[in-house]
Ligand binder design. Structure first.
Ligand code: SF4
Ligand code: SF4
Length: 365
């Protein structure tokens, strides 16, 4: 094929074909899910109090399951799943606050698990960075949500930006990790800082910068004025798309169907909400769910580790996650994009009113 034939129309057609294939694949996954990411919410404690925290964590809350329970779960999962295809994703709260953090992770490493972590970065001294490498950590994502003043104000902790940036530098200096990522949650007010943040992260030796919008979950539900407007959304996705065309390692997360012009442009893959298909999580209280960003309720929690084994819950429950969300809402059911979107992301679904809180139709397509 010569270059003149690669027109925008040709690319749109190609994407449509590929999204059709993905949609057929999703039907197969509903019948035969494959566990690829297992989240452990090691603690609900955090040394910061981000207003947008999806888990509403704070210093007053508790650690997750006891060490022995995590060891039992790790043994059981290794016995029943192919852990060479699995990534253990460690999160919290701030996981490094757990006194037995390294015991858990060293045990996982000794069993052959690949693991990564989400952290606020403030506790990563050179010594901690060395121990993380020795315990086999492959990937880490650190949150930086704006320039110094904005980031600190969101956490109600002066000095937290500097501490997180030091933590990132300590990881870079240590080396030997598969990927060091910075994640930034943009809100309506911080959108003005997008270009300055880009300049800042371009100067750092990180592997990728993941930029996402504030989502209506957890404490953020109380701050509707900070949600991105339609104009902000368009600007954000256009920004990521342009930077990626320049081959900069800027990326977006797994959320939301973005329409033909933005799908496969702001991330490496097409939209597929993996919750309950590839992704499961064990929460700090032993509840088992699909994805930790999803609101926790009787409708979404699938069982508890103290009542049934993880394997049993994964294999016998999750029925609701293995059919399209769009079945629950007339507008989604009848939508012309339903076959590609399937009702959108599960974390932004309003389970009380059975409707999607974030739909990009009318904004991006
Ligand atoms: S619920 Fe949201 S964060 Fe979780 S897999 Fe689906 S799109 Fe991604
Ligand atoms: S209406 Fe529903 S199915 Fe259609 S694009 Fe929006 S979220 Fe997706």
């Amino acid at each position: 094929m010569n270059m003149e034939e690669i027109t925008p129309e040709f690319i749109r057609r190609l994407k449509a074909e590929q999204m059709d294939q993905l949609s057929a694949y999703r039907q197969d996954l509903y019948k035969k899910p494959e566990l690829r990411q297992l989240f452990f919410e090691l603690t609900m404690r955090c040394n910061l109090e981000c207003f947008h925290c999806g888990s509403s964590c704070s210093s007053r809350l508790d650690d997750g399951l006891p060490l022995q329970k995590y060891k039992e779960i790790l043994d059981e999962v290794k016995e029943n799943f192919d852990i060479s295809k699995l990534l253990l994703c460690i999160t919290g709260g701030e996981p490094l606050l757990r006194p037995d953090f390294f015991e858990i992770m060293e045990y996982a490493h000794s069993l052959g698990y690949r693991w990564g972590m989400t952290s606020n970065g403030t506790l990563i001294t050179p010594e901690v960075a060395r121990r993380l490498r020795e315990a086999g950590m492959r990937t880490i994502s650190i949150s930086i949500d704006g320039l110094e003043k904005t980031h600190d104000a969101q956490r109600k902790r002066p000095g937290s930006w500097k501490a997180a940036m030091r933590g990132i530098q300590n990881l870079i200096d240590e080396g030997g990790f598969h990927a060091i990522q910075v994640t930034t949650v943009m809100n309506h007010q911080s959108m003005d800082e997008l270009d300055d943040l880009y300049e800042l992260f371009c100067e750092m030796d990180i592997d990728s910068w993941r930029v996402i919008g504030l989502e209506p979950i957890g404490r953020a539900l109380e701050a509707p004025e900070l949600m991105l407007t339609r104009k902000d959304q368009r600007r954000l996705f256009t920004f990521i798309k342009e930077k990626r065309e320049e081959e900069m390692p800027v990326t977006y997360g797994c959320s939301h169907f973005l329409g033909v012009d933005f799908e496969r442009e702001v991330r490496q893959w097409y939209f597929l909400c993996n919750a309950g298909l590839y992704v499961a999580s064990i929460m700090a209280n032993g509840d088992v769910g699909a994805c930790l960003d999803i609101e926790r309720s009787k409708k979404t929690v699938q069982g508890n580790i103290y009542e049934n084994s993880f394997t049993e819950i994964w294999q016998k429950r999750f029925a609701d996650f293995r059919r399209p969300l769009s079945l629950r809402n007339e507008e989604c059911r009848n939508c012309e994009y339903e076959k590609w979107c399937a009702g959108g992301s599960r974390h932004s679904w309003d389970y009380e009113n059975e409707k999607q809180r974030i739909c990009m139709k009318g904004t991006l397509f």
